[in-house]
Ligand binder design. Sequence first.
Ligand code: CA
Length: 230
Amino acid sequence: MAGKSILIVEDEQDLVDLLSFNLRQAGYQTASAMTGEEALQKLRDRPDLILLDLMLPDVQGTEICRAVKSATETRHIPVIMVTARGEELDRVVGFELGADDFVTKPFSMRELILRVRAVLRRGPPGEQEVIREKVGPIRVDLSAHRAYVDGEEVQLTALEFRLLTTFLSRIGRLQTRAALLRDVWGMSSEMQTRTVDTHVKRLREKLGKARELIETVRGAGYRMVDPEES
Ligand code: CA
């Protein structure tokens, strides 16, 4: 079985070499791009994952993330951002744009490969769990990454879509903020759980009348309910 392909977007040649070597050792195929422009070209090869440095010579990495996550053909491709210390703001922007995870320089190769593995294992969302494709007025098309309420398409970001499908795979089960951070964002406690609240709020707004299916469990988290079962 051919290994999954990883596009390394990084302008430091030494780091590209080091990353390529270690990722290949771990069984992955790699390609690299040293500028944002080259990265956008190589996106056409449809890598399975993008490792994205935020500091590129020609363009901000966040712009690449935006491009990846806003195009229908590429938005399913997971992006791991590589940030330097002190780039918290970029990280927040990256997550807003749909980045899937991040590592902070300097990082160990072991840590990086664990992240890569976890992100690849995660997508498509809820691989091991069965996602209910229809609950009440909500319907999702998993292969097309589209969501509908009463047949009307709802425009969701990649992250909101993953949040929704995570709920759909765990109907009736309490999801703590920490569990959602772990399973949707792939993070332990590095970001404040307020992030979860912000995104759940936004998802609810977009779901309109179906918003009530996501209940708040006070002091604990959230739960999606099936109106036919309650
Ligand atoms: Ca750089």
